[in-house]
Design a protein around this ligand. Structure first.
Ligand SMILES: Nc1ncnc2c1ncn2[C@@H]1O[C@H](COP(=O)(O)OP(=O)(O)O)[C@@H](O)[C@H]1O
Ligand SMILES: [Mg+2]
Length: 361
């Protein structure tokens, strides 16, 4: 087990009187690929800029490689950052763009040349070295921006939504390239995105942020399978988890959830909440299936998306909209009346007020 490389302790940030980060605690292992993910405005860029030294620390501390960096200027932190806007110098060629920060750091000419060649090789930039940024495609500019970070041979790579300006196909290609690059170089990386698919596919450790706090952190599938809060449950996964609010009741001796319109969802036998408690029932779309008529909850199909390798269905179930994903090509159409069968063993239960996960005996 390698030592933790970056640590945050009770890290806070205020702009004027407004606190936007509320006591961040996190340890990042050396060589890890960590993705900070959360909705726009939750504080991801602010946190990244504080690591880089571009934003002051209001209280708490950040350490990198065992050294507290609160008072260390950006240029001495051993960090390279790639931004959403690639910020290339338009009047410089690709080669000059790559060389610029090394010249500023007074790196020797022969070392500089070797580093540029190495970065250009890794990122397939050799044929582009004499071009200007205006002569490059979006994906090529993005690779130059990464090259500029790479030549500095940083101990820590920071990325702030580097793929947001690319079209969908290129985004997927660059996602694979960045991940492959990390597997080769093993530089500790902290990557910010609002895209949960990027987080799930790229990260060793996903950190879900919401409103200036960490909701949960862990390996991607741990968070997917065991979301600690309703926010994490709803944020990760597409189509999103079904989250249905209701009141605990009993049907004979079996616990059920009243969800209105006379509909009752079966609850796990081990539920601890007493009848009358308000809870939220969470179920991934892949854990709902269509059963024989009368076998489950009556619903009406409103939308069918045939994605090819799977089918996404939306159905009205009383006042609720149910999302269903099937690996099969289902023979259903808009307007069909179906019977939905939830896999109760896969249900996630949450406190309706706090959003915290409820444990089941
Ligand atoms: N320089 C600033 N001055 C005042 N408020 C700011 C500044 N930068 C960011 N904020 C606020 O801090 C919060 C977090 O912003 P940001 O870190 O950019 O979020 P994200 O990157 O997750 O979208 C937002 O409410 C934003 O308006
Ligand atoms: Mg941002």
């Amino acid at each position: 087990m390698s030592a933790s490389f970056v640590e945050f302790h009770d890290l806070r940030k205020s702009f004027g009187a407004v606190e936007v980060l509320h006591g961040i605690e996190l340890a990042v292992q050396q060589h890890a690929f960590v993705v900070l993910v959360g909705p726009s405005g939750c504080g991801k860029s602010t946190l990244l800029r504080m690591i880089a030294g571009l934003e002051s620390i209001t209280s708490g501390f950040i350490s990198i490689g065992g050294r507290v960096v609160n008072r260390i200027p950006a240029k001495d932190r051993g960090i390279a950052m790639v931004f959403q806007s690639y910020a290339l110098y338009p009047h410089m060629t690709v080669r000059e763009n790559l060389a610029f920060s090394l010249e500023m750091a007074k790196i020797k000419k022969d070392v500089m040349k070797a580093r540029i060649e190495r970065a250009a090789g890794i990122l397939h930039l050799e044929p582009l070295l004499e071009r200007f940024p205006a002569q490059l495609s979006g994906g090529q500019r993005q690779r130059v921006a990464m090259g500029r970070a790479l030549v500095r041979e940083p101990e820590l790579f920071l990325f702030d939504e580097p793929l947001s300006n690319l079209d969908a196909k290129l985004r997927v290609e660059m996602r694979v390239e960045i991940k492959a690059l990390h597997q080769r170089l093993e530089s500790t990386t902290i990557y910010v995105t609002h895209d949960q698919v990027e987080a799930m596919t790229m990260a060793d450790l996903v950190v879900v942020m919401n409103d200036g706090r960490i909701e949960q952190s862990g390996p991607p599938l741990d968070l997917y399978d065991n979301p600690a809060t309703m926010f994490v449950a709803g944020f990760l996964g597409s189509p999103a988890m079904n989250l249905i609010k209701g009141t605990v009741a009993t049907d004979g001796s079996a616990p059920v959830l009243d969800v209105g319109d006379g509909l009752q969802l079966p609850l796990p036998a081990g539920i601890r909440e007493k009848p009358g408690a308000e809870i939220v029932y969470g179920l991934r779309p892949e854990h709902v299936s269509i059963g024989p008529p009368g076998s489950g909850l009556p619903a009406t199909i409103t939308l069918v998306e045939a994605a090819g390798w799977e089918t996404h269905l939306y159905a009205d179930m009383g006042q609720h909209v149910a999302r269903i994903v099937s690996a099969e090509r289902l023979n259903v159409a808009h307007g069909d009346h179906v019977s939905l069968v939830p896999d109760v063993s896969c249900a996630h239960l949450f406190d309706a007020t706090t959003g915290a996960r409820l444990s089941i005996d």
